[in-house]
Design a protein around this ligand. Sequence first.
Ligand code: CTP
Length: 409
Amino acid sequence: MNVLLGITGGIAAYKAPDLVRRLRERGADVQVVMTASAEEFVTATALQAVSGRQLRSNLWDKDAEAAMSHIELARWADVVLIAPATAEVMARIVSGGAPDLLTTICLATEAPIALAPAMNHVMWNNVATQTNREILEQRGIHILGPDVGSQACGETGAGRMLEPDRIAATVFSLTGGEGILLGRMVVVTAGPTREPIDPVRYLTNRSSGKMGFAIASAAAAAGADVILVSGPVSIAAPPRVELRHVETAEEMFAAVHEVIDAADIFVSAAAVADYRPAKCAAQKIKKNDESLSMDLVRCPDILASVARLQRAPFTVGFAAETQDLKQNARAKLENKGLDMIIANSVGADTVFDSDDNTVSVLWAGGEKDFPLATKQDLSRDLIELVAEHFYAVRSTSSQPKLTVISNND
Ligand code: CTP
């Protein structure tokens, strides 16, 4: 695997030689690209020695460009990792600027990009940095950490770079090269559906799609071929995920059933409408009367229809509940005939658009609670658990059923 390691100017850059060593121990070829400010924290000599490759830092280095241009570097990379990633480089990637070699490569690459932020905790929590983090995640860029703990500035909080070994392990899983779901096909649904009332109005819900997208991304990082069927959301397709857009529950049903025969695992994270207007008015409905009533009819239950298939994939549902979370989730697990259910509580005081989530996963023989974590981190753990149960079910004739309880958006 070819890792292009970008190093930016933070004190955690002193850990970069160790990170290079950890990546190489796992069999990666590592090409280091440093920014000018990184050179204040770690020497080119050390990095060249551990990487075994000529270090690159200057976009205008004619000899180096002649040997391998910045575009060739961008193509060479199987993954671009920036560690440590400063607030400045996050902002620059968000803006799409390319004033130096590293950000130019970020614009020019089609490989997955991962950032391991490292900065003072106040800088990390600054609204500008958090907004940039959110935008980067929406674009499918992986944010690894940061850790919480004592910092070089003497303060304590979130902003420490993750330990090199953890970064190396995660980066390896991002390319799917040695992932637990290598060769498996995973279908995921995400987001809300829109059920038309008339040409300008529709019924929908508050799902942001973040959880489903994070799960699709984690499954792809684990090596799976992933098809993500999503209702209307404003998130870009994660790397290595085939995204299919739909609007209504009927369209989502059709899109899922078009591909489900080939699926090993189905994860239903979408907040599908349960009811839709019986008919969509041809023209905009006028406000002629004091009150208006509308006939609603049931939408197809996509999850239950997949679980009922004769050759059903390992089927994982979500249970979005406002009360009696585990009890209701377990009932859904059983009633819909699922292998697992992920339960999350939703409600007025739960932020649907949140980046964090806490869930419980239930299956026929047990359950597991997951503490509050980012949807990206949580999804990696959920995919691991799903894969573990998927393989266990395949190796036995009796299929255990699993239910996950969580806040799915
Ligand atoms: N689901 C589905 N199709 C529907 C409704 C729900 O595939 N028409 C899936 C969701 O993606 C989720 C699971 O069913 O994985 C449970 O959804 P939830 O909204 O929690 O429950 P419902 O089955 O809709 O039941 P209720 O609204 O009565 O709680």
